[in-house]
Design a protein around this ligand. Structure first.
Ligand SMILES: Cc1cn([C@H]2C[C@H](O)[C@@H](COP(=O)(O)OP(=O)(O)OP(=O)(O)O)O2)c(=O)[nH]c1=O
Length: 204
């Protein structure tokens, strides 16, 4: 499957996962890593709005230098018992995060921003993730692998972090960092992408 684009698309993200996911959707794009300050205030426990605003910040920094493009940015956080768990700042913190999640259910929120000519479209998606009751040895072995350090909440559901997960409710790719089907639906609805000629033979 391939899409054509109406104008250049820039993914404002250094996340290899987000780049892989947009590639697998068949959307052509360039990458510009955004170095926005992540200093958004959480208002009334509205985590969806919080991640959307972080995505706006990331997109805005890149859009300044690319007014001709559609800029896409995203932000992912883990929320457990009303608190935000970002990327761990140390291995010790990753261990502490994972022990807290053990045997419990947390939420993963990803906010997405499409920014074009100063106009933005925003959405966010929540997925609930339930962890198994995990033993200390598994937590330490996983953290020692180094995998948690660049991931919100300190685990990757798409890597060995999968061993910690009992079940999820919602979009799996939202946990990985990009709610791809909803993003593609919005890009099509807004006329930013179209299926390539010959790629829509099932349409009537
Ligand atoms: C929970 C979870 C998060 N993650 C990742 C997705 C995001 O890359 C990262 C959250 O950090 P983000 O700040 O959302 O993104 P990033 O710094 O990696 O990339 P950029 O800001 O340049 O777009 O955590 C996984 O890969 N798997 C998971 O299971």
């Amino acid at each position: 499957m391939k899409f054509t684009v109406q104008k250049p698309i820039i993914l404002a993200s250094g996340s290899p996962r987000r780049q892989e996911l947009l590639t697998l959707a068949g959307i052509p794009f360039d990458v510009q890593v955004s170095h926005a300050e992540e200093d958004i205030e959480l208002i009334e426990q509205d985590f969806g709005r919080y991640v959307e605003q972080l995505a706006v910040k990331k997109a805005s920094v890149v859009a300044e230098n690319h007014p001709e493009a559609l800029v896409i940015a995203a932000d992912t956080i883990v929320v457990y018992e009303g608190a935000i768990y970002p990327k761990p700042s140390s291995a010790e913190q990753a261990v502490a995060f994972l022990k807290e999640f053990s045997g419990n259910t947390h939420s993963v929120f990803t906010g997405v921003c499409l920014l074009e000519g100063g106009k933005s479209k925003l959405f966010s998606v929540e997925t609930k993730v339930t962890f198994r009751s995990i033993d200390e040895a598994l937590v330490h072995a996983y953290v020692q692998s180094g995998d948690p350090m660049d991931k919100a909440g300190g685990y990757g559901i798409q890597t060995a972090g999968a061993l910690l997960v009992e079940k999820i409710e919602g979009d799996y790719l939202n946990v990985v960092g990009l709610p791809l089907s909803k993003l593609v639906e919005l890009l099509r609805k807004e006329g930013h992408i179209r299926l390539k000629e010959g790629e829509h033979f099932l349409d009537s």
